[in-house]
Every structure is written in structure tokens, then in C-alpha cells.
Write a new protein. Structure first.
Length: 254
């Protein structure tokens, strides 16, 4: 069976989970082709697979744009797909949305699961370093994670079609967040020149190709998904959102 796995990840939670899932397939004797979802990788959608796994974090109760764009570019042709998502608190109708879209694209969804991980938005935007809130948020993890991963992989291999979950009861409450509530932050990106060591990690890591070199300096554009990878991973905290993130938590699970 040709198994491919594509995952979107900002700070790295979904990346870590994807490795766990890939590891479980490998333990069962399957090899998996494994790639991060970015603007560049979406230009070469997966081909030749029998089973496709798609992983993503929930951003404002929805899947990230690049995940939706990837699904929209694929023709399922009756093949199997499974989903896994990571969330800090509440996923809204994210799973329902991707499973419905997958069906429209001709896929059979055979497994889906949600996993709790620390909220990368709350850590960066609301947590001072060393605070109790930092400690609390970093302790958020799915209990029985390994059992959940085993079950997901088992179901994915077994291949029976599952139905999308019902609409969440709180859907009317989160519907107003259909527009990204963090969108205003895109204009607040700042690069502190005296802190930047020009390592280029932010340029390489941005899923949107939104960070570039410009006359030897880092320049951040407005095509941002607010995945927060550049802020969490910059080794010197040179990337900031104005002054609001000067003493807040940076988080890197990998
Ligand atoms: C911009 C943004 C919006 C988020 N919105 C939600 C949300 O609506 N619900 C939720 O449970 N978690 C939310 N989170 C938390 C992430 O889903 C969670 O931390 C996830 O594990 C991040 O995965 P990643 O590190 O692979 O990007 C949000 C995080 C970010 C950066
Ligand atoms: S990751 Fe940080 S230090 Fe490295 S080039 Fe980007 S802004 Fe500069
Ligand atoms: S600029 Fe930063 S936050 Fe925006 S998409 Fe790129 S890495 Fe993510």
C-alpha cells in the first residue's frame, strides 16, 4: 500500500504528532512518504497513493488555508484519506469541514482524530515568561495519546468509511470568527535588526514564502497565515508583533 502523509504545522505540534503517526505505521511494517504542507509543496500535490493522511492545527476554529487549498487541488478517485488535527482547546467544525470537502473531492474518509496540544497562539500572545499560565498551557496534552494514535492508524489501515461528525453545538457562537480574528496582527510584524543573526531559519520555515531577504535584511510580507512559526522558532526572538510579544513565551516542541 502506498501511504503518503502531508501535514501543516506552525510551531511544531502537528509536526511532532505526524512523526508519532508515521512511527506507528512503520512499526506495523508500512513505509510512509512524509511531507510538510507549504505553498511550495502544494505546487506538487501527492500522486500515486492508495492512502493519504492529512494533519493540521486548528486556527480560529478552522483548518489552515493551505490545507483547504491542497484538498481542493486533489482528485480522490475513490481512494482513502484520513485526518488528524491538533488543537489548544476547541476545534469548531474543522473535522466536519475537511471531511465534507474530501467527500466532494471523491475521497473515502476512513479515520479521523483530534489531539490536544499547547495553544501556540495563547502562549505567544497572552503568556509572560515564567508565569503560571505558561506552565498550565504547556501541560495541555491529550491523555492516552499513544492509544489514540494506534486507533487512528488501525482504522486507517482497516479502511472502512466513517461519517463526518455532527455540527458542534457551539457553532453559532464561533460563526462570527469566520474571518480570522488575529488578522490585524499581520501588520504588526517587526524584525529587531540588532537581534537578528541572519541565520535564515525564518525564511526557510515560512509555509507561505512570506519571509524574504531584502538587501541583506529579513523582510516579512502580508501573505501571512499567522502560523506563528517564525516568532516561536527565531533563535534570538528578533521577530516580534510590535511590543506585545517582547516578554512573552516562545515555544518549540521539536
Ligand atoms: C492563529 C492561531 C489560531 C488558533 N486558533 C485555535 C482555535 O480556534 N481553537 C483551538 O483549539 N486552538 C487554536 N489554536 C491553537 C493551535 O490549534 C494548537 O496550538 C496547535 O496544536 C498548533 O499546532 P502547530 O504547532 O502544528 O501549528 C490556534 C493557534 C494559532 C497560532
Ligand atoms: S530566524 Fe530570527 S535571527 Fe534568524 S534570520 Fe530570521 S529573524 Fe534573523
Ligand atoms: S510570516 Fe511567520 S507567522 Fe506568517 S506564515 Fe510565515 S512563518 Fe507563519
Amino acid at each position: 500500500m502506498n501511504i503518503q502523509l502531508r501535514y501543516y504545522s506552525g510551531a511544531g505540534n502537528t509536526e511532532v504528532l505526524s512523526s508519532e503517526i508515521e512511527g506507528e505505521f512503520t512499526r506495523r511494517g508500512y513505509s510512509v512518504c512524509f511531507e510538510r504542507i507549504t505553498k511550495q509543496s502544494n505546487a506538487q500535490p501527492p500522486t500515486g497513493f492508495d492512502l493519504l493522511g492529512v494533519g493540521f492545527p486548528v486556527y480560529h476554529f478552522r483548518p489552515p488555508r493551505l490545507v483547504v487549498e491542497l484538498l481542493n487541488s486533489l482528485d480522490g478517485g475513490g481512494r482513502s484519506i484520513f485526518f488528524f488535527l491538533t488543537k489548544g482547546m476547541a476545534s469548531g467544525d474543522s473535522l466536519r469541514q475537511v471531511m465534507t470537502l474530501a467527500k466532494e473531492r471523491g475521497f473515502r474518509t476512513v479515520a479521523a482524530a483530534e489531539f490536544y496540544y499547547p495553544g501556540t497562539d495563547a502562549l505567544l500572545l497572552f503568556c509572560k515568561k515564567g508565569s503560571t499560565l505558561e506552565h498550565l498551557l504547556k501541560s495541555v496534552h491529550s491523555r492516552k495519546l499513544q492509544r489514540q494514535v494506534n486507533r487512528l492508524v488501525e482504522q486507517a489501515i482497516h479502511g472502512a468509511v466513517i461519517s463526518p461528525p455532527a455540527q458542534k453545538y457551539y457553532h453559532p457562537l464561533v460563526a462570527p470568527f469566520n474571518d480570522n480574528p488575529y488578522q490585524y496582527l499581520v501588520e504588526e510584524f517587526t524584525v529587531l535588526r540588532d537581534r537578528c543573526i541572519k541565520c535564515g531559519l525564518c525564511v526557510k520555515g515560512c509555509p507561505r514564502d512570506n519571509i524574504r531577504w531584502s538587501s541583506g535584511e529579513i523582510a516579512i510580507g502580508l501573505e501571512c497565515d499567522l502560523c506563528l512559526r517564525c516568532l516561536h522558532h527565531c533563535p534570538t526572538e528578533a521577530i516580534q508583533l510590535g511590543e506585545r510579544t517582547l516578554n512573552t513565551v516562545r515555544y518549540k516542541p521539536v
